[in-house]
Design a protein around this ligand. Structure first.
Ligand SMILES: [Zn+2]
Length: 196
């Protein structure tokens, strides 16, 4: 791993990952290189995580091509987090979730059946966390209200007070997310994105 060291009048070491995924270390004036290296090694996992996130963000907003490994790592974290969120929400809403599946869907972020089967677009793993959580909350709330009535949106807002901005985010960035290339496969007709 390459990193850039700046020595300053400070007492402790610090590491920062920049927006363009560069690693910057700040160190006290006479801090030995070996000490800095050991510190970096110790923080390796944290650094790699943040470098990857910075790269994903950059790719997502510019090139729209995702490195498969980075995507899969992101996806693993995402699906784990979502499973936890669903468990919690199901308890709060007093509903029974039968099955959760993640799919690379073309037009939907999520759907929910009356039998309690939840399906989520795996591309949500490259959306902001709060947006992905909103979709999960949206689908879970459909297990209480199978419609988009005022009562439904009331329930959504109870669990996700900022839902309007997340909805707006999906509206303006959704098609870009759908069009992102993963694993070398180009998405066609990715203009529509709707909810169930
Ligand atoms: Zn809906």
């Amino acid at each position: 791993m390459t990193y850039h060291v700046t020595h300053t009048k400070r007492k402790t070491l610090s590491i920062r990952v920049t927006r363009d995924a560069k690693v910057e270390v700040r160190a006290p004036l006479k801090c030995p290189d070996a000490y800095i290296q050991a510190f970096v090694d110790k923080k390796r996992d944290w650094i790699m995580k943040h470098v990857e996130e910075a790269k994903l963000r950059a790719q997502n907003t510019q090139v729209q091509v995702l490195d498969r490994d980075a995507f899969e790592r992101q996806y693993r974290d995402f699906s784990q987090r979502v499973q936890g969120l669903i468990k919690q929400l199901a308890q709060d809403l007093n509903v029974k979730v039968n099955q959760v599946t993640f799919r690379d869907q073309k037009t939907r972020w999520g759907s929910c059946s009356s039998k309690g089967n939840i399906s989520l677009n795996l591309r949500l793993c490259i959306a902001p966390v709060a947006v992905a959580d909103y979709v999960v909350i949206h689908e879970l709330c459909h297990m209480v209200h199978m419609n988009h009535s005022d009562a439904f949106w009331d329930l959504v807002s109870q669990h996700c007070p900022e839902y309007r901005s997340h909805k707006a985010w999906l509206k303006s960035n959704g098609s870009q997310l759908m069009a992102v290339k993963i694993n070398g496969e180009q998405r066609r007709n990715a203009n529509k994105n709707t909810f169930a």
